[in-house]
Design a protein around this ligand. Structure first.
Ligand code: FES
Length: 107
């Protein structure tokens, strides 16, 4: 199991467990955490699974693929250098302990 932290928009910190290969989105939804709309179900065509990766953890992730990067232009809250789409992040041991911040809204 891979454990990571989700920091909700209200500041609440939740510890989430993921299986290797599972998406960050799916693991967070399975933990019963609100904050992702995930309208397209993880197909990288809606940008409602926007999240911000903690700056200190950003280098642990591969750079976004071009389709993810294009969709990040359509997020409801500001796109930052730390912005990612949770459905496109596959959990791996390298991501143990990362911190993921949820935006205030997805629309
Ligand atoms: S769930 Fe739609 S882009 Fe991630």
């Amino acid at each position: 199991m891979i454990t990571f932290e989700v920091i909700e928009a209200n500041g609440a910190i939740r510890e989430v467990q993921a299986n290797e290969g599972e998406s960050l989105l799916q693991a967070t939804l399975n933990a019963g955490i609100d904050g992702f709309a995930a309208e397209c179900g993880g197909c990288c065509v809606c940008a409602t699974c926007h999240c911000y990766i903690d700056e200190g953890d950003l280098q642990k992730l591969d750079a976004p693929a071009s389709d993810e990067s294009q969709m990040l232009d359509f997020t409801a809250t500001e796109r930052l250098a730390t912005s990612r789409l949770a459905c496109q992040i596959k959990m791996s041991p390298a991501l143990q302990g990362i911190k993921v911040h949820l935006p205030e809204r997805q629309y």
